[in-house]
Design a protein. Structure first.
Length: 349
């Protein structure tokens, strides 16, 4: 829940710590995910991605940001059997539409998908890599405020530039003035720094992260929507630097701590979900019987460009602590965890 922030350990300023029980803004209306839609995620090495070595290069184009967004917002409505006019509010999570696609104002772009959305408030949410999660949190907040049916979507197209230009665009998620100069590939270097800190703290070597990489590719092989659905990486391949899996950073001190296989892909794709209150479920044409309740949703934020301990993700810990407390659960209750694994060290942390 967006308005709930848990500061479990804040090294930057002293403030009264709110008890991690959801506080006065704890959700008092049940929120469920009733249905949704998702596109395949494509990019280089995906068989459907059009690039200079693809046989259809010059005759076909990859889906645009607008096409992907419209596909999922309409698909989500179809999945639960509703007309677009049933939606009370919409959100679009996106980080860098302006840079990669020269397109902002994505709330209005989503409304253009169907005349039924006309005059419905749609808002674009940006929070770097957390944009999609923040859009979900905003949707939960909207239902707490009285909305009954909320459409939450996320879309990114990041394949329109070469790797170094793309790395510069993505570096806007860091403190650009202070951190851009670390390496031409800013974020890989920043996470190499975390890998170094983690290995020193726990007395392990970077190769210890290879099982995380192998598992991620194994999961992709089982997921037809995954970018790397057709690519296999073994644990041994992930553990060894090679011509096919180089340590590629220019920063000499950080270079040994990150290999290509430790990095996620640059992908294009979109997804959308329908969030409902109990009253909203009654509006659906289908899907109410399969709706999944959101037990807790928590957001935390830390100061950009300031990391107290590279071997910890304290902001994530803060958000998770509030979510666990709000739901009345702990880590032992979790059977499946989907984590933001932009780099292999992210999952370990």
């Amino acid at each position: 829940h967006r308005g709930v922030r848990g500061y479990l350990s804040n090294p930057y300023r002293s403030r009264r710590r709110r008890d991690c029980d959801g506080g006065i803004l704890k959700p008092n209306r049940r929120v469920t995910v009733a249905g949704g839609a998702i596109t395949p995620f494509i990019g280089k090495f995906h068989p459907d991605f059009i690039w200079k070595k693809h046989p259809d290069f010059g005759t076909k184009e990859n889906p645009s940001l607008e096409q992907l967004l419209h596909r999922v917002v309409l698909g989500a409505c179809e999945d639960v059997g509703i007309d677009a006019a049933i939606v009370d509010r919409g959100y679009v999570g996106n980080f860098v539409g302006e840079l990669f696609c020269q397109q902002g104002h994505l709330g209005a772009l989503a409304v253009a998908a169907d005349t039924g959305f006309l005059y419905t408030p749609f808002t674009r949410i940006e929070g770097a890599c957390a944009s999609g999660g923040l859009a979900i949190a905003a949707g939960v907040d909207a239902i707490q405020a009285g909305a009954e049916v909320v459409l939450v979507s996320g879309v990114e197209v990041q394949s329109t530039q070469n790797a170094k230009v793309g790395a510069d665009f993505l570096a806007r998620a860091a403190h650009y003035q202070k951190e851009r100069s670390i390496d031409p590939f800013t974020f890989p270097a920043m996470f190499a720094r975390r890998t170094e800190a983690y290995c020193h703290k726990h007395d392990v070597v970077p190769e210890a992260l290879a099982p995380i990489v192998a598992k991620a590719y194994c999961n992709a092989n089982r997921n037809p929507n995954a970018h790397m659905h057709s690519v296999t990486v073994t644990q041994q391949q992930a553990a060894e630097a090679s011509d096919a899996n180089p340590c590629f950073l220019d920063n000499e001190s950080l270079n040994p701590w990150l290999k290509l296989s430790d990095c996620s892909q640059v992908s294009d794709g979109a997804c959308a979900v329908i969030l409902c209150s109990d009253e909203g479920l009654a509006r659906l044409g289908q899907g109410a019987d399969r709706a999944v309740e959101i037990q807790a949703c928590s957001v935390a934020c830390g100061p950009l460009g300031e990391v107290a301990d590279f071997a910890r993700m304290d902001v994530t810990e803060a958000a998770a602590g509030v979510a666990y407390s709000s739901a009345g659960w702990n880590a032992n209750d979790i059977e499946v965890a989907e984590v933001h694994d932009c780099f292999s060290i992210s999952e370990a942390l």
